[in-house]
Write a protein that binds this ligand. Structure first.
Ligand code: GUN
Ligand code: ZN
Length: 374
């Protein structure tokens, strides 16, 4: 199918499947591998679009369903899409909405038509179909739009996993048909099939026939064992086309990012860095600091000495300690640092691939991460 992206691989690691690339989308270039911060309601919780830009972020995630409710499709059309509405002139990726319904609202029910759920506003029954998701994503104007998929927990076993896989293929076909702007917006397919290698293979075989501009690996990071997670990622990246970007959905722990890059993944997203910030947890190269601990009361160092984010340049752990338990601004400051940490980690990974020293990078990364904390 048509695509509105360019995928240029700049360098490949000689001993792993890691690669450094430039993904050019309608709203500018994205250096890959890339971590995409999640702004559910238009922006990251606690950060303005300008602050996100200042962190060097080239692509942010939004949620179709949330934007569909507020500001709503009519306003999005009137204003010319979510980029203009939010004052964000860089790239946007929208998730299709079904996954959020199932994970946020326990009441969601999946039928062949779509995802049915009770409106959180007035309790009325609503149906998110592949056609409706595409129509909303066309109104949003996302540079990358995700197909509506049938997602089951990675811990689910039995016939439901296969059913969800085949339904995701049928829904992909409906999404392709309903997509009105393939010249300016890229539709990505999402591989499902749980932890079963045969189902994953079948799903990839079918979805490759649809020839979408990029592919995602879905249905992971739901509490499965790492060993199984890595095997599915490896199988998928082995069978997916190497001339297109590969996106592993919902993955965002630093160690998972580094390992998955080695296994051939190019794109990631996760709410983890900003969510954990709201609990006062700061991510660092030597592990997580829980800033609510009393030992930080008189610690006048920044979160990380060599971090160049605005939080680390201006504020101490002691000040953040007094804030995080009481004031929302404390969480905002930690969110800025955590997002800066993730983006910097990916820049370092990418640079090490370009300079042909990715294995050495991994070695040092894990050595630092499990070093005695201070
Ligand atoms: N976010 C994390 N995992 C998934 C998935 O499997 N599908 C969708 N649509 N979004 C996700
Ligand atoms: Zn910082």
């Amino acid at each position: 199918m048509k695509s509105a992206l360019k995928w240029e691989v700049l360098a490949k690691c000689s001993t792993t499947k890691a690669r450094a690339a430039v993904l050019t989308l309608p709203h500018g270039p994205v250096n890959a591998p890339v971590f995409m911060p999640v702004g559910t309601q238009g922006t990251l919780k606690g950060l303005t679009p300008d602050q996100i830009k200042d962190l060097g972020c080239q692509i942010m995630l939004n949620n179709t369903y949330h934007l569909g409710l507020r500001p709503g499709q009519e306003l999005l059309d009137k204003c010319g899409g979510a980029h203009l509405f939010q004052g964000w002139n860089r790239n946007l990726l929208t998730d299709s909405g079904g996954f959020q319904m199932v994970s946020l609202l326990k009441l969601a029910e999946i039928t062949e038509d779509g995802v049915q759920f009770e409106s959180p506003h007035d309790g009325s029954l609503m149906l998110l179909t592949p056609e409706h998701s595409m129509s909303l994503q066309n109104s949003i104007g996302a540079d990358i739009m995700m197909q509506l998929d049938d997602v089951v927990s990675s811990l689910t076993t039995g016939p439901r996993v296969e059913e969800a896989m085949w339904r995701s293929i049928r829904w992909l076909d409906r999404c392709i048909k309903a997509h009105k702007k393939p010249e300016t917006q890229n539709l990505f397919a999402i591989i499902q099939g749980g932890l079963d290698p045969e189902l994953r293979k079948k799903c990839i075989e079918e979805m490759l026939k649809r020839d979408t501009p990029g592919y995602a690996i879905g249905g992971l990071s739901g509490g499965e064992e790492k060993d199984k997670f890595w095997r599915v990622v490896t199988l998928c990246t082995d069978l997916m086309p190497r001339e297109k970007p590969i996106y592993c959905m919902g993955v965002g722990y630093a160690e998972d990012l580094v390992v998955c890059v080695a296994l051939g993944v190019d794109m990631f997203d996760c709410v983890f860095p900003t969510r954990t910030a709201r609990f006062g947890n700061a991510l660092t190269a030597t592990g997580t600091l829980s800033l609510r601990q009393a030992k930080f009361r008189d610690d006048f160092r920044p979160i990380e000495e060599d971090c160049d984010c605005v939080t680390c340049k201006s504020y101490t752990r002691a000040y953040l300690y007094t804030l995080v338990t009481k004031e929302t601004v404390g969480c905002h400051l930690v969110s800025i640092h955590n997002t800066a940490y993730q983006l910097r980690l990916m820049r370092q990974v990418r640079q090490s691939v370009i300079e042909d020293r990715f294995p050495q990078f991994i070695h040092k990364f894990f050595k630092d991460l499990f070093k005695e904390k201070d």
